[in-house]
Design a protein around this ligand. Structure first.
Ligand SMILES: [Zn+2]
Length: 270
């Protein structure tokens, strides 16, 4: 339809922003307005996004859906002031508790970029815990939470043949484990693989399919299996052998340390 947006289903668009972070933004157009999935990393980028949305539809943006709290998905929220912003309830809590700290961290990463000084933390006004459905006029989108994973608050959006999976799914690179719960993530991605539509749009990178989620689950299962065995033997994370590891060493060690943190209280308590 345009050189920028790819239409993956009837009025279901994705704009892949190679810079920064190969981030995917979704756009679902309904009879009563448009819904945007994630708002990019800062207000200037969000303003550019709004211009791109105008190439696809003249309808107002009535809704935003944040896949999770992370700044590269939410720091453009303020530019969608006419929209109702939806996300998982823990996304709102985290943005209220940690948003200002996150903003300071990001300004620290990019001290010379004024775009981040402009950020006003804008948490979602509308939240759900398990599932919710939204009427866009002549079609419905469904939100769902499948459990802890990349963060405490990863939510997905299903619309017809497409699932927007946020950072629960990563195309190409290792997933980002900084705020993750790898042990829970294995189960979460299994449930998501069952529910996912034929086309799955990750938070970053190209589209995948439900089989890719099953493969991703094997990778996460390696992390969990290795962490369990390491805890049983009393091996420190930095001493674990990484033969057969699914990702490079740095993300693997981070994932293993997150898995240790998840498993150890339980192990000690039993
Ligand atoms: Zn993320």
């Amino acid at each position: 339809m345009t050189e920028n947006w790819t239409e993956f289903g009837d009025r279901i668009f994705v704009r892949r922003f190679s810079s920064p972070f190969d981030l995917n933004v979704g756009l679902v157009v309904g009879g009563a307005g448009a819904l945007v999935v994630d708002t990019r990393t800062n207000p200037a980028e969000a303003r550019a996004l709004r211009k791109e949305i105008r190439k696809v539809t003249a309808l107002p943006v009535g809704w935003v859906f944040n896949t999770h709290e992370h700044w590269d998905h939410t720091f453009g929220n303020q530019e969608f002031s006419t929209a109702r912003i939806w996300a998982h309830v823990a996304c709102r809590e985290r943005m209220e508790e940690d948003g200002e700290q996150a903003r300071k961290r990001v300004i620290g990463y990019y001290p010379d970029d004024p775009a981040y000084q402009e950020v006003i933390i804008t948490p979602p006004a509308e939240t759900f815990a398990d599932t919710a459905s939204l009427d866009l006029g002549d079609r419905t989108v469904d939100f769902a939470f499948y459990g802890l994973g990349h963060t405490t608050n990863d939510a997905v959006l299903h619309v017809e043949g497409v699932t927007f999976a946020g950072d629960l799914v990563e195309d190409g690179n290792a997933p980002s484990f900084d705020d993750s719960y790898p042990v829970a993530w294995v189960e979460t991605i299994g449930r998501l693989a069952e529910a996912a539509r034929p086309i799955v749009i990750p938070g970053h990178g190209g589209p995948v399919d439900p089989d890719y989620l099953v493969m991703s689950r094997f990778d996460l299962a390696w992390i969990v299996r290795t962490a369990r065995a390491g805890i049983e033997r009393g091996t420190a994370v930095e001493d674990l052998a990484l033969d057969g590891a699914p990702y490079p060493e740095e993300p693997v060690r981070l994932a293993l340390s997150r898995a240790y943190a998840e498993l150890e209280p339980r192990t000690l308590g039993s």
